[in-house]
Design a protein around this ligand. Structure first.
Ligand SMILES: Cc1cc2nc3c(=O)[nH]c(=O)nc-3n(C[C@H](O)[C@H](O)[C@H](O)COP(=O)(O)OP(=O)(O)OC[C@H]3O[C@@H](n4cnc5c(N)ncnc54)[C@H](O)[C@@H]3O)c2cc1C
Length: 487
């Protein structure tokens, strides 16, 4: 077997080291440990911690079932999520509930909304129970060496060496930044997707009766969108995604943007009129980027460490879990090839051990990103949103869109879905010029449109004329302000 040729004196060499104990890292480590590999997860947080992203796709359930974890996942506190409801921010048209059960695939899985703190902690514990060495409270400070000869990390607990690195460090994108500095890789912001999200947990938000009460609601705005996610009987996650810089232009403090946006959005203001608001909001910025190469001699990038663009279709956790599984398969294949080499194998021979599994991994991940990112780009076209909201179309195009929304499209949607999506995009082009379906009432948080009415829609759109709610964040009396400790 060819070990890591350059460990420090007295230093152990693992088969694989995983940086980051989020869903991607936990699943990669679990799978490698199950294959009998010596794998450690280095996670900088000492215990369960907040993470945004409570709305999970049906495909997450399917992947958990593939991993044999479905039963234990069902014991977590979760809200069943049978679909997604799209609604205009103007508050003048009823929302359009889309049910996963109506997807093209006749056998849809249920989905759930889950608070990430217990979900992520549980998945990491599964990795530990499965045999991975989970080291919490260990921050990776840098990568000292990375290549076909293995990896050496400097951490707050001393150096760690392994035969390969799985980077699941999320938006920290540890390996991509290292490779970029070394001139061997890149981390590029995604042009046209410069957005910032402002979010928090509320109580007392108005909900529809179940089962629709469990839907993810996407409230569509000219500038972006709100999410409304029921995460348990009491709490609802609400967030708004806006162009980066908009809050600054409007002179709204970052921690007040969510309340400011809600006060200007009739649909969300109505649903939260009796709600307890969080004391300020959390902020996520600079989250649209791609990294590469996603696989190379000695490394694989998983989940957000590889790419992220926009959370509108809730694909992040699904791609993290899938890529964690695929990365473990690729790492296992490379390690098995390294095992067959003599101890004095050349660097070229070691590099060859990573090549084929790495290529397959990179292809699968790139294909998944293509599907998800194309859906996201479509969403930001108002004409596409009109069609999505309309909920019906010829030849099952909406049922195909729904199949994409279940996540059963990674790495590649079925042919029956793909051709329908081409058709849906063609319909969106037509809708931009000729009205195929009634355009949605549009709403802008900042543009008063014509005569104080919502932002102007297509010329033949319905005339909607309500008064905009007050531009100021809600006063203390509007929503009870709860302390940050109770968030
Ligand atoms: C505003 C917003 C809303 C979202 N909403 C959703 C949603 O509703 N549904 C959904 O599926 N997805 C959503 N996402 C995306 C989703 O949260 C991520 O895609 C998902 O968490 C990625 O998982 P991961 O394992 O790749 O990374 P993460 O979950 O981010 O895990 C990375 C881990 O690495 C650790 N780490 C980082 N650097 C180091 C270091 N140097 N040393 C040691 N440890 C380190 C971190 O502490 C963290 O635990 C959203 C994202 C955003 C920005």
């Amino acid at each position: 077997m060819a070990p890591n040729p350059h460990p420090g004196p007295g230093e152990e060499t693992l088969d694989a080291v995983v940086v980051g104990g989020g869903p991607g890292g936990a699943v990669a480590a679990l799978c490698l440990a199950r294959s009998g590999r010596r794998v450690a997860v280095l996670e900088r947080e000492t215990g369960p911690h907040f993470h945004v992203g409570e709305s999970l796709l049906p495909e997450v359930e399917a992947d958990l079932a593939r991993l044999g974890l479905a039963e234990r996942a069902a014991a977590l506190p979760r809200v069943p999520k049978p679909g997604v409801t799209f609604v205009s921010a103007a508050g003048t048209a009823p929302g359009r509930p889309l049910r996963f059960a109506d997807a093209l695939d006749a056998d849809p899985q249920a989905a759930t909304n889950t608070e990430r703190e217990p979900f992520d902690a549980w998945l990491l514990q599964e990795a530990a129970d499965g045999g991975a060495d989970v080291r919490r409270g260990v921050t990776v400070r840098g990568i000292e060496r990375l290549g076909s000869g293995g990896v050496r990390l400097s951490t707050t607990q001393g150096p760690v060496s392994a035969r390969c690195l799985i980077d699941a460090s999320g938006q920290a994108t540890l390996a991509a930044r290292h490779l970029e500095r070394a001139g061997r890789g890149f981390r590029r912001n995604e042009p046209g997707h410069e957005r910032t999200a402002y979010f928090g947990h509320f109580t007392g938000v108005e909900r529809s009766p179940m089962p629709e009460g469990g839907h993810l609601t996407v409230v569509m705005l000219d500038e972006g969108w709100f999410w409304i996610i029921p995460i348990d009987d009491e709490r609802t996650g609400i967030g708004v995604v806006l162009p980066a810089g908009l809050a600054r232009e409007q002179r709204v403090k970052p921690d007040r943007v969510l309340a400011w946006a809600i006060a200007r959005c009739p649909e969300v203001a109505r649903r939260t009129r009796d709600a307890a608001f969080p004391d300020g909001n959390r902020v996520a910025a600079d989250f649209s980027y791609r990294c590469g190469p996603t696989a190379g001699p000695g490394h694989l990038l998983v989940g957000d460490a590889a790419a992220f663009i926009d959370p509108v279709f809730s694909g992040g956790v699904s791609i993290a879990i899938k890529s964690g599984r695929w990365a473990a398969e690729a790492a296992e294949a490379s390690l098995a090839a390294l095992d067959r080499l003599p101890a004095d194998a050349s660097d070229a021979a070691r590099a060859a051990a990573f090549r084929a599994p790495g290529r397959r991994y990179a292809r699968r991940l790139a294909a998944s990103h293509r599907v998800l990112f194309s859906m996201i780009r479509s969403y930001y076209r108002p004409a596409y949103r009109d069609l999505l909201h309309h909920g019906e179309g010829p030849l099952g195009v909406h049922r195909a869109s729904l199949e994409l929304l279940t996540g059963r499209a990674f790495p590649r949607a079925r042919f029956s879905v793909r051709w329908r999506m081409v058709l849906m995009k063609a319909f969106a082009c037509v809708q931009e010029h000729v009205r195929l379906v009634p355009p949605l009432p549009r709403w802008s948080l900042v543009d008063d449109g014509v005569g104080g009415a919502p932002a102007a829609g297509p010329a033949d759109g319905p005339a909607v004329a309500e008064t905009r709610p007050p531009a100021e964040p809600p006063a203390q009396g509007r929503g009870r302000i709860v302390s940050s400790a109770s968030r």
